[in-house]
Design a protein around this ligand. Structure first.
Ligand code: ADP
Ligand code: MG
Length: 865
């Protein structure tokens, strides 16, 4: 390589021009894309094996073995079929959920700024190659291993590699690893290794695939399944004992006991839940809300408090510098967007120009022309300052590379830059004006007036440093940022998003409280809050520094809709989240800064911005807003509620037919075996994994109801008393009674008399009627379960088309199971006579009417499903 390159090896601080585009492309084909090798995944066969050998499956295998030994090969085969069908089905659903999750991860933005062909460009992180020059600012994730070629006040968080929790300072020449974060300062570095060659890839291949701990929802579901399984086994055991006691042959008793257990265990529940969470996540993604773990879908549904920041989320983050206040007067600047043309008005133009140029020197964001349009590149506020300078200067301003930069952060609230012998400072007035001498007081008087018109106010100052320049190059910021000369104030306008007022109203209707948490001035925050209809009560506007120490008092203060916390620090955000949670709230909190990680993690739902935010915030978040828009949070909550409801829907549906399946055994046992068994084990299996399957899936895909957002949120167990009451006391018994009636009508109609032996053929036909009744009942139940408050005819029959298909499939399966002689024979049933069929069909109106009466009587105040 050239001598120049050698020189850079020795003097790494020489400016790096970066690779040429052509070299980069060639290297990319040589070394491959900058992606980590996929973690070694368990093979699909291993996973399928897992589905066939978990606790319930093993129990069922045992049952199949016993059935075989007991000389019941048909039952044995049927149980094996159940295990396999269930396992395969669960496996397919898990895989689909997994794929959905992976697709979602792929949507996460991952652009890096590099210098190529001597110019700054933005490329996808996967296109980085060794030798690329990467430009990083605080909050960025290092996209590959690199060596710093410039570093100003840099600290890097390497905890993910070393476990060391304090960020380490880095200087020019130091190495840093991909996957770590730049938490402070600014840096450039040359990429030394990418993808599989990077340090993190090495470590990942050493440590095996880690399994994440179970989440609350998983625990809750396991709890449900365990409770049901224990009930099933207990009931089965009691049955076995009772039937042996009443003198039934132990083989038959065993058969019944197995039937009871199999009927009650909801084998397919877990994968169905996982899949419906994945579908919920996918729907959220299509509305620009990206969940980073499936659980968040459910948590979102129970959110009761949204703490949102202002800039970019409630407002458009299209800043426009409209006023410059100096000691000479106020200049107004009327221009459109980031166009450099504008109308100027008012005195003080000369000083205004000085303010703009100084503020611009202490900025990095710029306006650039993309096609015909001028857009912001970098921080929109800084882009607006750049535009202001262009508007006042009427020409392209000079670009100078600063000697030092003290970057903006949420604590300092100012940024300063050393350019030659001059220090330029811009920042929040409270942060800058106290460092200034004469004139600061006069300008300070203007700040409140500007802020209360909704403008963001920035103070600008400078200092001509005495003495030799070299002296200042290694002084701390405090020594430089003093004895400043104030130049003026810039007022920036950032219009609210047009639909925010409406979304806030929707959130309120849904019983969700909204708070604005912002780093901006209280008066600016109050003016915007008023404009978007959040609050017009000045008592609701507080400052971060005034927040009470005690958590209880803080919670009581903040637990009000429309509260505005201004001039907030990241630590105060964390306290806000905690205090609200201690009041029982489920808190969604947005954050975009480097230091927002803890607050995002503390909140039940941490929300980060896909466009404006930092990588650090995205990494800590549960939800990423791809469009940075407040409305997207509410849309995600809506979908979360819908998904939660869907899980309750198919839970109700599954549990309802358990009652109808169990009843024949109860009657048979109570009669001491004198009354024939209406439904056999194989019929129950045909119901559970045959006819029931499709409607359950279709219920999982139910779209959000129109009224999802008109009800207050509710935090409760998935399987609560209401749900069990509806399934076990209302819908289930109705279905069971009609099914047993259909059975009896055929049986007695065929001439059976109590106490007499029965004609096998007659019982088969009667059993067919009972089976048909359950299928019809479930058909009606599937429609009834679409809502917990309104009868199905009020929902529109076509609003869930999937359910119509599922219903048709269910009926087709019924016809097959009844009228295809070999199938019917195996299941132990025969086509019922017309009388039996008529009673069976009555299950449809029976269920619908019972459900309607239940809904009328209960008239729940806050239903969710
Ligand atoms: P927000 O919550 O509205 O995003 P920030 O925390 O970003 O607020 O900003 C807080 C305050 O810090 C602003 O009101 C402004 O005065 C100042 N500020 C923001 N960005 C910069 C910057 N790039 N340089 C200097 N000061 C800034
Ligand atoms: Mg901000």
């Amino acid at each position: 390589m050239s001598a120049m390159n050698d020189a850079r090896e020795v003097f790494p601080e020489l400016p790096q021009p970066g690779l040429s585009g052509a070299d980069a492309a060639r290297l990319l084909t040589d070394v491959g894309p900058n992606v980590l090798p996929a973690a070694r995944k368990a093979s699909p066969w291993r996973k399928l094996l897992g589905e066939l050998t978990h606790f319930f499956a093993l129990m069922l295998w045992g049952a199949a073995g016993l059935a075989w030994l007991a000389g019941l090969p048909q039952l044995s085969v049927a149980i094996v079929v159940v295990v396999v069908v269930n396992g395969v089905f669960a496996h397919i659903q898990q895989e689909r959920a997994q794929h959905a999750a992976e697709r979602l991860q792929g949507l996460l933005p991952s652009q890096v700024r590099v210098r190529r062909d001597g110019r700054q460009r933005s490329v996808s992180a996967s296109e980085l190659v060794p030798g690329d020059v990467v430009i990083l600012t605080a909050g960025d994730r290092l996209p590959a291993d690199l060596r710093f070629t410039s570093a100003s006040a840099c600290t890097v968080d390497e905890s993910m590699l070393t476990g060391e929790s304090d960020a380490l300072p880095k200087a020019v020449g130091d190495a840093a690893w991909g996957g770590t974060f730049l938490v402070n300062g600014q840096a450039e570095g040359v990429v030394t290794a990418t993808g599989g060659n990077s340090r993190i890839a090495e470590i990942a291949s050493l440590t095996n695939t880690t399994t994440s701990p179970p989440t609350p929802l998983t625990l809750e579901l396991h709890r449900i399944v365990r409770v049901i399984a224990i009930i099933a086994l207990t009931v089965a055991g009691v049955f076995f004992a009772v039937s042996v006691l009443v003198g039934i042959e132990w083989r038959d008793s065993f058969l019944f006991a197995i039937g009871v257990a199999v009927a009650l265990i909801p084998e397919g529940l877990l994968p169905t839940v996982t899949l419906s969470l994945a579908m919920g996540a996918q729907r959220m993604a299509s509305r620009n809300a990206l969940v980073r773990n499936l659980e968040a879908v459910e948590t979102l549904g129970s959110t009761t408090f949204i703490c949102t920041d202002k800039t970019g989320t409630l407002t458009q983050n299209r800043m426009n510098a409209v006023e410059v206040v100096t000691l000479e007067g106020t200049a107004r600047v009327l221009g459109d967007g980031y166009e450099p043309d504008a109308v100027l008005d008012g005195p003080g133009r000369r000083m205004a120009l000085e303010v703009a140029v100084a503020a611009r020197a202490a900025s990095q964001g710029h306006a650039v022309k993309e096609g015909k349009e001028w857009v912001a590149n970098g921080d929109p506020m800084e882009a607006a300052i750049d535009v202001l300078a262009r508007r006042l200067l009427h020409q392209e301003p000079d670009n100078q590379v600063p000697d030092r930069r003290f970057a903006f952060d949420a604590h300092r609230r100012r940024e300063s830059v050393l350019l030659g012998p001059t220090l330029y400072v811009k920042g929040a007035p409270e942060s800058v004006l106290p460092l200034c001498g004469d004139g600061a007081a006069r300008l300070e008087e203007q700040v409140d007036a500007m802020a209360s018109r909704g403008l963001r106010v920035i103070a600008v100052a400078r200092r001509d440093l005495p003495g030799p320049r070299s002296f200042w190059l290694d002084q701390p910021a405090e020594n430089l940022e003093r004895e400043l000369v104030v130049l003026g104030l810039i007022g920036l306008h950032d219009p609210p998003r047009p639909d925010v007022a409406e979304v806030i109203r929707a959130a309120r209707n849904a019983g969700i409280k909204v708070a604005m948490i912002t780093g901006d001035h209280p008066a600016t925050a109050a003016a915007i809050a008023k404009e978007i209809g959040l609050t017009d009560d000045p008592r609701l506007v507080v400052q971060g520094a005034d927040l009470p120490e005690q958590e209880q008092i803080l919670g009581a203060l903040l637990d009000r809709d429309g509260v505005v916390v201004s001039r907030v620090s990241p630590e105060q955000k964390l306290r806000v989240a905690r205090a609200l949670q201690s009041r029982g709230h489920v808190v969604a909190m947005t954050g975009d800064g480097v230091n927002d990680g803890p607050a995002l993690q503390q909140a039940d739902i941490g929300v980060a911005m896909g466009r404006g935010g930092t990588d650090v915030a995205r990494e800590a978040a549960d939800l990423v807003l791809l469009d940075d828009h407040f409305g997207t949070i509410v849309a995600a909550i809506e979908q979360g509620r819908a998904t939660y409801s869907n899980i309750r829907r198919f839970l109700t549906y599954h549990l309802t037919d358990n009652v109808a399946e169990l009843t024949p055994f109860v009657i048979w046992a109570l009669s001491g075996g004198q009354f024939p068994l209406a439904l056999g084990v194989l019929q129950i299996l045909a119901l559970d994994i045959g006819t029931d399957l499709f409607p359950a899936l279709a219920l999982g895909a139910e779209p959000p109801g129109r009224r999802v957002l008109t009800r207050p949120p509710e935090r409760r167990h998935l399987m609560d008393r209401n749900l069990m009451f509806r399934a076990f006391v209302i819908l289930g018994p109705v279905e069971a009674i009609i099914s047993m009636t259909a059975f009896s009508v055929v049986l007695f109609g065929g001439g059976w008399v109590r106490g007499e032996p029965w004609d096998e053929q007659l019982v088969l036909a009667a059993s067919g009627a009972a089976f048909a009744a359950v299928v019809f009942g479930q058909l009606a139940t599937s429609f009834a379960c679409r809502s917990a408050t309104v009868p199905p005819w009020k929902l529109g029959w076509f609003s869930n088309r999937l359910l119509l298909w599922a219903g048709a499939a269910e009926l087709a399966a019924l016809v097959l199971f009844l009228y295809l002689p070999p199938v019917a024979a195996v299941l132990g049933q025969a086509p019922p006579p017309p009388s039996g069929l008529i009673v069976a069909v009555l299950a449809i109106p029976g269920i619908l009417i019972a459900d309607w009466i239940y809904k009328r009587v209960r008239q729940p105040k806050h239903p969710i499903a």
